[in-house]
Design a protein around this ligand. Structure first.
Ligand code: 5GP
Length: 122
């Protein structure tokens, strides 16, 4: 699979589509999800062209990977989420229902998030 430069997050990175920005640095842009699933629902995306967690982990440079994950902690800290806790999710591929094919993490918080996934999958 090749990276589609017309995906919605690529357009956000190019400022062709607006976003509600939460944080930005050399490696990452973080913004509020347009359809939040919890009181806090931030998306974090690397600035490089990576399709998924798998793609980013395989092809990202050490600086990009380190910078990206350190930014997750910075955003959680900026939003004051450490005390009550938060969840990080990344959907990868069809079974996980990844909709946007630019790698992203969901940072979700602000209430009791319940168990990790719905029961009854096995
Ligand atoms: P996925 O299913 O790929 O893991 O999640 C994609 C996420 O992107 C969804 O939570 C969806 O609400 C969010 N999203 C899709 N389009 C836009 C958009 O144009 N702006 C923002 N801020 N979020 C979007």
């Amino acid at each position: 699979m090749t990276y589609d430069t017309d995906n919605i997050f690529a357009k956000i990175l190019r400022d062709e589509i607006p976003c509600d920005k939460v944080y930005e640095d050399e490696y990452v842009l973080a913004f509020n999800d347009i359809l939040p699933q919890a009181p806090v629902h931030v998306l974090l995306i690397p600035k490089g062209e990576y399709i998924s967690f798998d793609d980013f982990s395989a092809k990202g440079s050490s600086a990009e990977i380190t910078g990206f994950y350190q930014a997750v902690q910075k955003v959680a800290s900026q939003l004051g989420l450490q005390k009550e806790g938060y969840r990080i999710i990344s959907n990868m591929g069809a079974n996980a229902h990844q909709e946007v094919l630019h790698y992203h993490l969901h940072l979700i918080a602000g209430c009791d998030l319940g168990r990790m996934i719905k029961s009854g999958l096995v």
